[in-house]
Design a protein around this ligand. Structure first.
Ligand code: IMP
Ligand code: MG
Length: 191
């Protein structure tokens, strides 16, 4: 499908790709500053602990890589993959574990690292699933919190940004597995 064309149009940075136009929502500097702040907060709260960072693949791979380097504590890592969207922009509502953790979290302090909370279904499912394994506690760090009406409680303790109800890509987030490698968070203006 060819190169991503990074351009500035009418003073706004955009990426053109095929028929898609992607605009910047959160730029690199803003992301980096907030990730550093979150890292400091987590370092402070976990200063006498050694949490397991449970990252939810694939969307959070860039976020976790950046934020873990701002944590000055002896963290360990484990990865899970869940699928709730299939290959589209609309949540199927069905959450499926496609890759489970490698290690036991019994009696551990678990910090879930998520890319984005949309309907909240994925996160709620995940928390319930992990709680059944008897960790000492579970907290959630999510980069993005989408402004959508939800019936469920917001479980995010460490939140990067509130964002409008738009479909976003980049910095790990995808549309049909593409655009994860944008250095910023963008939204698809068309298509
Ligand atoms: P939820 O279960 O509706 O909260 O959806 C959560 C998951 O859907 C996230 O972990 C993402 O993988 C994906 N997702 C939700 N909104 C977006 C978006 O705007 N862009 C890309 N992926 C999204
Ligand atoms: Mg996805």
């Amino acid at each position: 499908m060819g190169l991503y064309e990074f351009k500035t149009v009418d003073g706004e940075r955009v990426v053109l790709h095929g028929d898609k136009k992607i605009k910047v929502l959160i730029d690199e500097k803003t992301l980096s500053k907030r990730v550093k702040e979150l890292g400091r907060e987590i370092t402070r709260d976990y200063s006498d602990k050694d949490p397991v960072l449970v990252s939810v693949l694939r969307g959070s791979f860039i976020f976790i890589a950046d934020i873990c380097r701002e944590m000055k504590i002896p963290v360990t890592f484990d990865f899970m993959a869940v699928s709730s969207y299939g290959n589209s922009k609309v949540s199927s509502g069905i959450v499926r574990i496609t890759k489970d953790l490698e290690f036991s979290i019994e009696n551990k302090e678990v910090l879930i690292i998520e890319d984005i909370v949309d309907s909240g279904r994925t996160l709620n499912y995940l928390i319930k699933n992990l709680e059944a394994r008897n960790p000492k506690n579970i907290e959630v760090c999510a980069l993005l919190d989408k402004n959508v009406p939800r019936k469920t409680k917001n479980e995010v303790k460490y939140k990067g940004f509130d964002i409008p109800n738009k479909f976003v890509v980049g910095y790990g987030l995808d549309l049909n597995e593409k655009y994860r490698n944008f250095p910023f968070i963008g939204y698809i203006e068309n298509g």
